[in-house]
Write a protein that binds this ligand. Structure first.
Ligand SMILES: *Cc1c(COP(=O)(O)O)cnc(C)c1O
Length: 355
């Protein structure tokens, strides 16, 4: 049976990428070696790393002087790396708290220095995005989370501030056009819109680094990795390779603008059914609803077991909501086709006819 994979992460990747990745596990590019058993210093793998980094720049139209890195540790280490590399000794950083991941970022930064939470949506269980946030002009940077994977909200307009912007874009990077030049640094775990878990992409304006007065361990110092072209130590080779394939897939599909159109069509299809169908309700403020992770609940809990049976029978996987929100979460990352969203919408309509 065809599975419609709505998993929140790790999550769906394009079938074509899976096929090429599996071929390369057996033999990479006629080398007689698997991608998993060749030196990361071989000219073949160096070419993969270079191409993956170049494709990030191409797809997102990244300014020439910015650097792209593929590091390990996940976005969760990115929280700490952010503070270590940008929060000056004796300085302070501004954070917007829009959910679990943003809260984790705040906690990690608090180990490094002073953190000022300038806005939060915790008062309503993170179901909206704070607007018109005032940021102190003497903050070293403003950190926010562009898409709140768990609570299903997304910044439609990025906050404006006179201080450098740093963003955790783990769950909506490569889903729509952004202006990278507005950011000092963007980071994202690969396992939502890019590839398998294991790599974290950093897009860095190097001009903003080296100002903290802090002696950093090599592995947590972005300058080390920039100097070594993302090869200071053994990179997560397979994750980088598959990320490269996904970016090639995205380019072939028509690039970021085409991707954004498809993502908007998917979100529109699902949210209009949630709004239309009297059995369901959205859990988030309408203007802040995420195009990547749609969270919704049944109006009547008595319908849960029949609805659960129906979507499972239709081949849908991974729409159980996160425990902190309950209900359902449909993650519609780049690789999820419109047809899969149609299948879910059809099941929601059938439920309405049935009960
Ligand atoms: C998944 C996710 C994370 C956590 O990423 P790890 O790579 O598991 O550390 C952080 N931020 C956001 C927005 C996420 O969606």
């Amino acid at each position: 049976m065809k599975i419609h994979n709505y998993s929140a992460g790790p999550c769906i990747l394009p079938p074509d990428v899976m096929r090429k990745a599996s071929e390369a596990v057996i033999e990479f590019n006629g080398t007689g070696l698997s991608i998993l058993e060749m030196s990361h210093r071989s000219k073949e793998f160096v070419a993969v790393m270079d191409r993956a980094r170049a494709l990030v720049k191409e797809v997102l139209n990244v300014p020439e002087h910015y650097e792209v890195l593929f590091l390990q540790g996940g976005a969760s280490l990115g929280f700490y790396i952010t503070a270590l590399n940008y929060l000056k000794t004796g300085g302070k950083a501004a954070y917007i708290n829009t959910g679990t991941w943003a809260s984790n970022a705040i906690k990690e930064a608090g180990r490094v220095g002073e953190v000022n939470v300038v806005a939060s949506s915790e008062d309503r269980n993170f179901n909206y995005i704070p607007k018109n946030v005032a940021v102190p002009g003497d903050a070293d940077y403003l950190h926010f989370t562009s898409n709140n994977t768990i609570f299903g909200t997304q910044f439609k307009d990025f906050p404006k501030a006179d201080v450098p912007l740093i963003c955790d874009m783990s769950s909506d990077i490569f889903s729509k056009r952004i202006n990278v030049a507005d950011f000092a640094m963007i980071y994202a775990g690969a396992q939502k819109n890019l590839g398998p878990a294991g790599a974290t992409v950093y897009i860095v304006n190097p001009e903003m680094l080296g100002k903290t007065g802090r002696d950093l361990p090599n592995m947590l110092n972005l300058e080390t990795h920039i100097k070594k072209e993302s090869m200071f130590n053994t990179p997560p080779v397979f994750s980088v390779f598959v990320s490269m394939l996904t970016l090639e897939w995205l380019q072939a599909l028509g690039g970021i603008d085409e991707m954004e159109k498809i993502n908007n069509a998917k979100a529109q299809l699902l949210y209009s059914e949630i709004d239309r169908n009297p059995l369901f309700a959205s859990t988030t403020a309408v203007e802040d609803r995420s195009a990547m992770n749609a969270t919704f609940v049944l109006q009547n809990e008595a319908h849960q077991s029949i609805f659960d049976e129906m979507w499972k029978a239709a081949g849908i996987s991974g729409i159980k909501g996160h425990r902190s929100v309950g209900g359902y979460r449909a993650s519609m990352y780049n690789a999820l086709p419109l047809e899969s969203v149609q299948v879910l919408v059809d099941v929601m309509r059938e439920l309405e006819n049935k009960v």
